[in-house]
Design a protein around this ligand. Structure first.
Ligand code: ATP
Length: 287
């Protein structure tokens, strides 16, 4: 399944990677987006009795496995395709997120954290229930794909356009993005030459160059070093102040506690606890 891309997908056309300034001149102008002034405390995301079910085909027993003999046997016996299995990943989750919230989502492996984020981003259709969002949610995941064959420069420019920034805004932000990412002269090299940490830093730097109504961050801070984590946390704080809503999935509970004003603990697809970070994390650690 494709991750939500905060960065450009399918927007790149050049055969060779030009300098950033050239790239900016070439791309068509994007209509300016007026920043919305939303008061802190008004709802941005309403999740109402959300159920997400994955359907997995071919999760069959040995006798049903998809080899030629079994396929022929099914044809002869006029049987359908191998049994489909359902994985009920999110089970009746409800909550309201507000402008200015930074909400940490914690839980054991497989508890439904990433699934919930992808559903809020609109990437997974609800089996039951609904998600209402005010504004465009942007998911920044570990796998959010920049284009590996393009230079950091090109990825910054295209990524910013993909987020709806104008050429003037991109120009104004370009140096700051490079600076924040800390990738230095590597910005001129194709991303295929980057370490995973460098790629993650650049993704975060691009994604956070814009004020998002709703920014969903899935473990994206995990690959950065300590210094980068601190800078990222500061930036998330700034986003909260500018009345955006940030969701943060991380296994590092310290990052969650330091960054978020609210924590949702998911357990086997359901909300086990929702509230003050200290209290929720203490209960989670005891469980
Ligand atoms: N694409 C998929 N197809 C089928 N099942 C999936 C898919 N993605 C996740 N699942 C299942 O949904 C459940 C929740 O997975 P999810 O990745 O949301 O959990 P998580 O809390 O983010 O886990 P982790 O902490 O390991 O990243 C798991 O049982 C997982 O096996």
């Amino acid at each position: 399944m494709a991750e939500a891309e905060v960065v450009a997908q399918g927007a790149a056309q050049p055969a060779k990677a030009p300098q950033a300034s050239e790239a900016m001149e070439r791309v068509w102008p994007v209509p300016a987006e007026e920043p919305k002034a939303s008061p802190v405390g008004t709802p941005t995301v309403i999740v109402d009795d959300l159920h997400i079910v994955y359907k997995v085909y071919g999760a069959a027993s040995e006798a049903e496995k998809g080899n030629a003999v079994n396929a022929l046997r099914r044809l002869v016996k006029r049987q359908g395709r191998p049994q489909m299995k359902e994985i009920h990943a999110v089970k009746g989750v409800s909550f309201v997120a507000r402008h200015g919230d930074a909400i940490g989502i914690i839980g054991r492996n497989g508890s439904g954290k990433s699934t919930l984020l992808r559903a809020i981003a609109g990437l997974l259709p609800p089996h039951k229930g609904a998600v209402f969002t005010d504004g465009q949610p942007s998911l920044l995941g570990v796998n959010a794909a920049l284009m590996k064959e393009l230079t950091g420069e090109r990825n910054i420019v295209l990524g910013c356009y993909a987020m709806g920034m104008t050429p003037t805004e991109v120009r104004a932000q370009y140096d700051e993005i490079v600076d924040f990412s800390g990738i230095g002269e590597f910005v001129q090299f194709p991303m295929s030459t980057y370490s995973s940490g460098m790629g993650a830093r650049l993704r975060f730097a691009i994604a956070s160059a814009k004020t998002h109504d709703v920014l969903l961050i899935d473990e994206a801070l995990a690959t950065g070093d300590r210094e980068f984590r601190r800078k990222s946390q500061d930036r998330i704080m700034q986003m909260r102040k500018s009345a955006g809503t940030v969701f943060l999935v991380a296994h590092n509970l310290d990052v969650i506690e330091e960054t978020c004003n609210r924590v949702i603990w998911l357990h086997k697809g359901k909300i086990k606890m929702d509230g003050d970070p200290k209290e929720v994390i203490a209960a989670y650690n005891k469980a």
